[in-house]
Design a protein around this ligand. Structure first.
Ligand code: GDP
Ligand code: MG
Length: 451
């Protein structure tokens, strides 16, 4: 959902062609203003941003570089408010987090995602607590989620939420848990009784963090309700769920500043891996089309087995990357969550992500074709792509039910992928890739921000 914003920044930057051209600067900021408002960024935030960018650019001299620098600086300052960034562990474990918000905002799902993130990426021992005893289905839902991600759950429908929390905290202390995530019932800030309950849970839990989970699709309403919860019970972070929906994304840009509490995470899908840390400097990079290499590395390192990665990269270096490795890699990719959110993190790939939509690695026709193709090969062929003669190719295409042309195309893609992989597997590979991506954007593009 950052695509629209990224596009509008790109457009605005493109407007500035000449030095000292006040008209061009005005055109750029007008364009920027229009698209930010269209993306549902709050008008006050937009006004502040435009004013500062105009002022800074004028002061330093109108030109692309100065405009970029001003925009980069102002975006960073808008997103950076006092408070923790991403997930911060308490100095003394366990770190206790209270998940609060309106009904249906995504609290339970986000609790699961956060547990999964902490377990898989941070290698922490996590305990989930079901303090939503309003609805039977709620406990059931949490049981299912915690079972799926193999995280311990404390739940007991016959007890009051306050008592469950006490039991859970004792357990966490005794069994040395690193993090305790408490999922609470959804409530409206005007519901006095439920707000009192929340207050008493808070007293008992003494949370290090209170995460307000807001539905991104509700736009500015997400901001208003977060403000109310901040006043009534206090919050230390905001999580925007359903960022993959058809909301406009602008709310993520303004919410930290508007509420005065940092946005910490973004949920962008229904599956457990679909959660991203919101780290301002990384997000600014992404907004300006430079991708989020760090975030990508973090995400991939959690699912890709290090030994396996080493083995593969050795093979790639020696030019021995095989079809079996290719299939393995695709299986690994599936664990990373939606293709679209991953692509968005690669520099210059934001546009491609849009075209991909929510490509499902299980169901895409292309993946099916590739799998059929590989299944029709002999074990020897799978390990030695170079032995594929024309007669072998004919046999394989008949076996896989594919046209000869399709087979040739896939084999060519595979060859290119292996070649690229080999090229980037050496020292400085990532740097090389970034350079290449920069070039693909036509050099001097948004990605090549002057430092
Ligand atoms: P709660 O009532 O606040 O606990 O909300 P739930 O966690 O039960 O979520 C409500 C609905 O929103 C469920 O159908 C979730 O699958 C869905 N949901 C939650 N987070 C996301 C998200 O990031 N993206 C999408 N597409 N759906 C989400
Ligand atoms: Mg719930």
């Amino acid at each position: 959902m950052f695509d629209t914003l990224t596009d509008s920044f790109k457009n605005a930057i493109g407007k500035i062609r000449f030095q000292d051209d006040t008209k061009a600067l005005k055109k750029a900021t007008t364009e920027l203003k229009k698209s930010l408002l269209k993306a549902d960024v709050h008008h006050k935030v937009v006004k502040g941003l435009i004013t500062t960018v105009e002022h800074e650019t004028n002061k330093n001299g109108i030109g692309k570089d100065n405009f970029l620098r001003a925009l980069h600086g102002e975006l960073t300052s808008i997103l950076t408010v006092k408070g923790n960034q991403g997930f911060v562990f308490a100095s003394k474990p366990p770190t206790v987090v209270l998940m609060i918000g309106l009904q249906g905002s995504g609290k339970t799902t986000t609790t699961g995602k956060l547990a999964y993130f902490l377990k898989e990426q941070k290698k922490k021992k996590v305990l989930i607590v079901a303090a939503d005893l309003q609805r039977l289905a709620a406990v059931e839902q949490l049981k299912q989620i915690s079972g799926q991600i193999e995280v311990e759950l404390v739940a007991d429908e016959s007890k009051r939420p306050q008592d469950i929390v006490k039991i859970a905290l004792k357990k966490a202390e005794k069994e040395l848990y690193d993090v305790v995530l408490i999922d609470t019932a959804g409530r409206l800030a005007i519901d006095e009784e439920l707000m009192d309950e929340l207050e008493s849970i808070k007293k008992i839990a003494k949370p290090d963090e209170l995460f307000y989970v807001a539905d991104a699709m509700t736009g500015q309403d997400a901001v208003r309700t977060a403000q109310t919860f901040k006043e009534k019970v206090g919050i230390t972070g905001v999580v925007l769920s359903k960022f993959d929906g058809d909301g406009k994304g602008g709310v993520a840009l303004g919410i930290s500043q508007q509420v005065g509490v940092p946005l910490r995470f973004i949920g962008n899908g229904e599956k457990m891996p679909d959660l991203e840390q919101f780290i301002p400097e990384r997000i600014v990079g992404r907004l300006m089309g430079a991708g989020d290499i760090e975030g990508l590395a973090e995400k991939t390192s959690s699912v890709i087995d290090e030994k396996e990665a080493k083995r593969i990269s050795q093979k790639i270096k020696k030019g021995q990357f095989s079809f079996n490795d290719f299939l393995d890699q695709m299986e690994q990719m599936k664990k990373l969550g939606s293709m679209k959110s991953l692509m968005g993190m690669i520099p210059g790939m934001g546009n491609m992500a849009k075209q991909l939509g929510d490509m499902d690695l299980d169901n895409s026709d292309e993946i099916k074709r590739i799998k059929a193709l590989i299944s029709s090969m002999t074990p020897k062929e799978r390990e030695n792509p170079e032995i594929l003669t024309n007669s072998r190719k004919r046999r394989i295409s008949a076996g896989a039910g594919l046209e000869q042309q399709q087979v040739n195309r896939i084999l060519k893609q595979f060859k290119n992928a292996a070649k690229m992989a080999k090229k980037f597997s050496g020292k400085g590979g990532m740097k090389q890739m970034q350079d290449l991506m920069g070039q693909m954007q036509g050099g001097g593009g948004v990605a090549s921000l002057p430092r």
